[in-house]
Design a protein around this ligand. Structure first.
Ligand SMILES: [Zn+2]
Length: 127
């Protein structure tokens, strides 16, 4: 049982990552294509082999950035997919109320189960 607030937060976070990933993929792809087209169109003038001129270096860096953004975007999409698969598999097992919290028998607040003293009324939670 997961509470709804947490669930919608997770959905929003994942949606953000999916959109962010798509943005990176598009941006990376356009950088990569721009650099590739520039390289193809100027093969007659530039060698594209070291030592690089300033223009060659800038185009090559653009291409590398494009590849890096494609990889990051791809990883973001993959992580979202994995987290969705993981969540749907484990959604029945997760119970944050019983697994991580303990209830104070004096004041009734719920607190972290690793604590030995109630943070509110200072009662000993266990011996
Ligand atoms: Zn207490």
């Amino acid at each position: 049982m997961k509470n709804r607030k947490e669930d919608s937060f997770m959905k929003k976070t994942r949606l953000f990552f999916v959109l962010f990933g798509i943005f990176l993929l598009c941006f990376g792809f356009s950088l990569f294509m721009t650099a590739t087209i520039k390289m193809e169109n100027s093969e007659w003038y530039y060698t594209w082999k070291p030592p690089y001129s300033e223009y060659e270096a800038s185009v090559i860096i653009t291409k590398i950035w494009g590849i890096v953004l494609l990889i990051i975007g791809g990883l973001a999409e993959l992580l979202c997919l994995l987290s969705k698969l993981y969540e749907s598999k484990n959604i029945q097992d997760v119970n944050p109320i019983t697994s991580n919290t303990i209830k104070c028998h004096v004041c009734g607040i719920k607190t972290d189960s690793t604590l030995t003293i109630c943070p509110k009324c200072k009662t000993k939670l266990r011996n």
